[in-house]
Design a protein around this ligand. Sequence first.
Ligand SMILES: *Cc1c(COP(=O)(O)O)cnc(C)c1O
Length: 223
Amino acid sequence: MMSISENYKKITDVIPAHLKIVAIGKTKTSEDILSLYECGHRVFGETRVQELLPKYEKLPEDIKWQMVGHLQRNKVKYIAPFVDMIQSVDSLKLLNVINKEGLKNNRLINCLFQMHIAEEETKFGMTKDEIFEILESDDFRQMKNISVKGVMGMATFTDNEKQIRKEFKTLKTIFDQVKEKYFRSDDGFSEISMGMSSDYEIAIEEGATMVRIGTALFGERQY
Ligand SMILES: *Cc1c(COP(=O)(O)O)cnc(C)c1O
């Protein structure tokens, strides 16, 4: 088995340097995360608040923590003081709470809109219409403590490469449409977070700016 630092080297050797890698440490220990931190990596993601909090407390302060899993509104308050980005914004209600908690903490919280691109019903995320609806709402216009940086999506869990590629293309197209219509003069709206261990190469070909990699860095997860 390769070590975490060997995995990291292998991946950073092939991924273009401008791409951001979010290392997904869910189910992995703080020690695992620290081994990657010691390679110089700083951006880490988690899917559950109850797993993120103890890691945040234990690990170095300069880690940029990203929330990438479905987030319940009543849990936003725990991560709002420190989270670098919430990639899993999937409703206006959630966005309202993030804004409110951002205000309380006197912070601007970076967000991505999670889009539902997979065939599986079980995956979270919004439709294009829902995203447009949020952006046109009065609520949204009044939010001062969030900064929308782009979109995030997860492809169907399949080995059908064509299917995966089609879903990534959809996400890229929606990103372009949202950018054109609402963020044309906002350079900050620039991120397309797509691609995981099994499909990040396809995602990069289809325009990802950010990939979220767990297994290929830390090894298989044991549940
Ligand atoms: C688990 C997870 C990942 C990473 O998955 P791997 O296949 O282990 O690379 C990426 N994004 C989200 C939202 C996840 O839940």
